[in-house]
Write a protein that binds this ligand. Structure first.
Ligand code: FAD
Length: 483
């Protein structure tokens, strides 16, 4: 392990969700001095909200090869094969490791892991806790482990405002509580799905890590791909609008119904297909929501889903719930290799703010929590090999400016589930850099694929199979093939 000669820490981590907690813990357990900075308390993150669970090939009839085949099919010809291989091979061990550390996953009556089914999976392979409270179980246990680890200094309620970079190397993090130097800096700030007005995500999921990384000189990739979850509550004007109803309910038999009460799609197809079917149906029926029929589900399996619906004034036992697509997950982010290394020396990224190419154009359900653990562990090992610069340069002047409410409206209206080039061109002028970057990438991808649907180019172009749109620090896009 390198010694942080002039830096305060070996590793500084920005973000306290599953990815940030795990990389901090794994780096500290390997002997590193770690600082973990989180804007929110450790219990408030998208990870905490995760419902369905983690995907891993654990069933006797399942295999990593089958998990890989499902991931690649959902990713619509764009998954990076090496990243998929790493995930499917290492996810079962990640689940075993979490269990060994006391994370309580649900068990079946024979004491084996109870495995759920979600869209796009050909086998039951979703490990879950408390029915659909997986995120809170995992993050609360990890937060306690991090708090008990003497090598980790936690700075909660502290916002990062920039990376300390001279464009050639990253030297640490600038925060509202002062600068922190480190041999390796890790972005784990989560995704950007809350940039879309209609979202399932916590308000702070605004792509801050990607904005920092681009300003610091790193490449971003796959920004045109946002996953619109098919079943978010449609209760406009209420605080429950956009609330996620986990896909796991469809795995247990919940059905989607149109205005006349008929089923109209395969509820267990990958998310992009179910979302497209709903959008078609809304247009045909002239409605703003379809219905999700949860009658017949075992209430004990999804206690928190049913409790949330009751809080929203719905009685799913009596009547189907109104749902429609909402922005849920951003496949793109800071372009990294299989060890979380970005194109800027000294800067790493893990979790939803990173882009390994694993998810391709459409993430397979429940692969993202698994990704946090599998790639978080690898990045922890790699980050500890970094050596701090003898003399860091002057910190940059640049500071992060959060998006306005107008940007959230613009991103939803101009780069929503169905995109038109003239609207994307309008979004190019948005003052929030990530919004303009989404538009640039979406204009560059001349096709419809996965979470990126263009009304003018409705088909997949096979010439773009495996091609990633990379946005350099010069704001220029380029095409790369990742293996
Ligand atoms: C409702 C919901 C349900 C989901 N269910 C599942 C599921 O069942 N299975 C699955 O695999 N995935 C699920 N996902 C997706 C999954 O939860 C996320 O992809 C994953 O948790 C991302 O983890 P993360 O650690 O990268 O980011 P997050 O959990 O979002 O954590 C980001 C952290 O960064 C911090 N941060 C952000 N900006 C700053 C800043 N400027 N300075 C300092 N700190 C900052 C935040 O405070 C937070 O602590 C779900 C997502 C949602 C919203």
């Amino acid at each position: 392990m390198a010694i942080a000669a002039s830096a305060e820490f070996d590793v500084v981590v920005g973000g306290g969700g599953a990815a940030g907690l795990w990389i901090a813990l794994r780096a500290a357990e390997r002997g590193g001095a770690v600082c973990l900075v989180s804007r929110t308390p450790l219990s408030q993150s998208a990870s905490f909200w995760a419902q369905g669970g983690l995907a891993a090939a654990l069933e006797p009839g399942d295999s990593p090869a089958q998990h890989a085949a499902d991931t690649i099919a959902a990713g619509r010809g764009l998954c990076r094969p090496s990243a998929v291989q790493v995930l499917v091979d290492e996810a079962p061990d990640a689940v075993r490791e979490l269990r060994a550390r006391g994370v309580a996953f649900d068990l079946d009556p024979s004491g084996e892991l109870a495995l759920g089914l979600e869209g796009g999976h050909t086998r039951r392979r979703i490990v879950h806790s408390g029915g659909s409270q997986t995120g809170s179980e995992i993050t609360s246990k990890l937060a306690a482990m991090v708090a008990a680890e003497p090598r980790i200094e936690v700075r909660e309620r502290t916002s990062a405002t920039a990376l300390w970079s001279d464009g050639k190397r990253c030297h640490g993090l600038l925060t509202k509580g002062g600068a922190i130097t480190a041999a390796a800096t890790v972005m784990a700030t989560g995704g950007a799905a809350a940039l879309w007005r209609r979202t399932t995500n916590p308000w702070g999921a605004i792509g801050a890590g990607s904005v920092f990384a681009a300003a610091a000189g790193a490449d971003l990739a796959d920004l045109e791909f946002c996953q619109f979850h098919p079943t978010a509550l449609a209760l406009p004007g209420t605080r429950f609008d956009g609330l996620l109803v986990t896909e796991a309910v469809r795995g247990e038999g919940a059905a989607l119904l149109d205005a006349s009460g008929r089923r109209f799609t395969d509820e267990l197809a990958p998310r992009d297909a179910v979302t497209a079917a709903i959008l078609d149906r809304l247009e045909a029926d002239g409605t703003t929501a379809v219905k999700l029929d949860l009658r017949g589900l075992d209430p004990a399996r999804f206690p928190n889903v049913l409790a949330s619906l009751a809080e929203a004034g719905l009685d799913p036992g009596a009547e189907p719930a109104p749902v429609a697509p909402a922005a849920h997950y951003t496949m793109g982010g800071i372009a990294v290799d299989l060890d979380g290394r970005s194109s800027l020396p000294g800067l790493y990224a893990v979790g939803e703010c990173s882009c390994t190419g694993l998810h391709g154009a459409n993430r397979l359900a429940s692969n993202s929590l698994s990704e946090c653990f599998v790639f978080g562990d690898r990045a922890a090992a790699a980050a500890l090999q970094e050596s701090a610069a003898a003399e860091p340069p002057e910190p940059p002047e640049w500071r992060f400016e959060p998006p306005t409410e107008a940007t959230r409206d613009a991103v939803w209206h101009l780069a929503g589930p169905r995109r038109r080039p003239e609207q994307l061109r309008e979004l190019l002028a948005d003052p929030y850099p990530f919004a303009a970057a989404i538009a640039a990438a979406a204009l560059e991808r001349h096709e419809s694929r996965g979470g990126h649907l263009r009304t003018d180019l409705p088909n997949i172009d096979p010439a773009l199979d495996g091609i990633h749109i990379v946005l350099g620090p010069d704001d220029q896009t380029r095409r790369e093939q990742w293996r």
